[in-house]
Every structure is written in structure tokens, then in C-alpha cells.
Design a protein. Structure first.
Length: 134
């Protein structure tokens, strides 16, 4: 099992979070990874130079209280507003409802979504253990 530490002091915004994840989970790639939730999910599954595909990963997220603020509702609104600019027309109504919820401090924040992605397991055997330290 490989171990990484996500340090909330190393990023303030969503894009910086993805850059930090690239530093932690990729090695010797001759191409750039996507900076989005799907790419984050893929990196967690392995095969990008740090750990093998399907290898279990133990993640410690330190300074998480800072990340909860930085990736809170304001960042979530910004994320969904950016998504709205490029989403398929059939998804506009859904994304608009996510923006409305975030403005009302309802539903998941980006921090919550990232934690959910980390903890998600599926039939590929993907499994991450997460320790959150404020």
C-alpha cells in the first residue's frame, strides 16, 4: 500500500489542488493530466507512475480545516459556474440547481466531493483509505 499526504497549506484553489495531486500521484509522464474530477478519480486508481493500477492507497489530508474553507461553498459556486459555461445543453438545468444549492450552502462542497471521490470504491477493487487531520 502506498501512502501520500495531501497538505491543505499547499493549495488555495481547485486548480492548485489538481496541481498538488499531480505532484503526489504522477511520475515521469510525458503528457499533462486533466485537471478535473474525472482525472482526479483516474489518478487515485493508479497507473501514472506513483502506484500501480488498483494498488491500495492510504491518504492523509493534513490542514484539512483550511481545505474545507478554501474548497467550500464559494469555490463550489465558482466550479459549477465554470462547468455551466461548457456543459451540454441537457445538463444546464442540473448545473444551475447545483449553483443555487451552493449559494444557499446546501449540498456538497468541493472538499466534500473530493473526499467522496477518494472514498469511492467500485468493482475494480479501487480502494483508498483516508485520514483527515485538521
Amino acid at each position: 500500500m502506498k501512502k501520500i499526504i495531501i497538505d491543505g497549506k499547499n493549495f488555495n484553489k481547485e486548480e492548485e489542488f489538481y496541481t498538488e495531486i499531480d505532484k503526489l500521484l504522477t511520475r515521469n509522464l510525458n503528457w499533462k493530466t486533466g485537471h478535473n474530477m474525472d482525472a482526479f478519480n483516474d489518478l487515485l486508481r493508479g497507473g501514472f507512475g506513483f502506484h500501480e493500477y488498483g494498488e491500495q492507497l492510504f491518504i492523509t489530508w493534513i490542514n484539512a480545516s483550511k481545505s474545507k474553507i478554501d474548497l467550500g461553498y464559494d469555490a463550489t459556486i465558482e466550479h459549477w459556474e465554470n462547468t455551466l459555461k461548457r456543459c451540454h445543453p441537457t445538463n444546464i438545468e442540473h448545473v444551475e440547481s447545483l449553483i443555487k444549492d451552493a449559494r444557499n450552502h446546501v449540498g456538497q462542497t468541493l472538499f466534500d466531493i473530493f473526499v467522496s471521490i477518494i472514498l469511492d470504491s467500485d468493482d475494480t477493487g479501487h480502494f483508498c483509505t483516508l485520514e483527515i487531520i485538521d
